[in-house]
Design a protein around this ligand. Structure first.
Ligand code: FPP
Length: 254
């Protein structure tokens, strides 16, 4: 499967809907890979492999619909507690994915960024990610952010730590700390907050994902498992977003 015009998906090519408004940034909790595999009598890793195909499909759909930032929750800090086989399999899958699709990501002007404890990842995975991050940091049109060994509370705690250090060093007056200061010390301070958060497989939880950044996001939960979430399903989420009146605590203006 490819991300560009050649891309073929399992479903027939869905129409790009006419969208009233398109979110600049969409974040996704890709859930249900294990259940997708279990229901087919397959090992869990097969679910993750099929989930990697959904990543390609959603990248293509994001490009076609004009979504500029896509953040995918690929591995949480809690995921280290999974059986070693599954963790190793996921790491290999990530490394292979980056290697196999590097050219295509670059051709499609997609910048790769990573958020999380990158230094906890196996050296080979780190090397592949760093290489592609460097290769893609110029001349890009869209950004793919992969959350890896990511936990939102840790991210916020790290922000607090950085601010406290600056205060202790006399570089910052604690009285001047605002929401903006905290946001500026998160992992990717230049990235706009997601306006839409999609969670697949029906769970109604945030699972320690972007707790700060999702404060005003619209939430979209679908029963569809991640390996079955393709272009059509992504467009449906965007259509749902397009119909929402976002108030930010005020009154509807649209
Ligand atoms: C959650 O499903 C999914 C994950 C922990 C891994 C997601 C990883 C991929 C889709 C691999 C490819 C990713 C990239 C960025 C190339 P689960 O295993 O918790 O499912 P379950 O709740 O049904 O058990």
């Amino acid at each position: 499967m490819t991300i560009g015009v050649k891309l073929e998906t399992r479903n027939l090519k869905p129409e790009i809907p006419k969208l009233e408004k398109v979110p600049e940034h969409v974040a996704v909790i890709m859930d249900g890979n294990g259940r997708w595999a279990n229901e087919r009598g397959l090992p869990r890793l097969k679910g993750h492999e099929e989930g990697a195909q959904s990543v390609l499909a959603v990248l293509k759909a994001a490009k076609e619909s004009g979504v500029n930032y896509l953040t995918l929750y690929a591995f949480s800090t809690e995921n280290w507690n999974r059986p070693k086989d599954e963790v190793d399999g996921l790491m290999t899958l990530l490394a292979t994915f980056m290697q196999k699709h590097a050219r295509e990501l670059l051709k499609n002007k997609i910048r790769l960024r990573v958020m999380g404890e990158v230094d906890r990842l196996p050296k080979a995975v780190q090397a592949g990610l760093i290489k592609l991050m460097k290769q893609s940091e110029k001349g890009y049109e869209r950004t793919l952010i992969v959350a890896l060994s990511y936990g939102s509370r840790k991210e916020i705690a790290e922000s607090a730590k950085a601010i406290a250090r600056k205060a202790a060093a006399g570089e910052l007056d604690p009285e001047t700390v605002t929401e903006e200061t905290v946001a500026q010390h998160l992992y990717l301070p230049d990235v706009p907050d997601p306006e839409l958060m999609i969670r697949t497989s029906g769970e109604l939880r945030l699972s320690n994902f972007l707790l700060w950044q999702l404060s005003y996001a619209e939430l979209y939960v679908t029963e569809t498992y991640w390996p079955d979430f393709r272009e059509k399903e992504f467009f449906q989420a965007l259509e749902s977003f397009g119909k929402r009146g976002r108030r930010f605590g005020g009154v509807v203006t649209q």
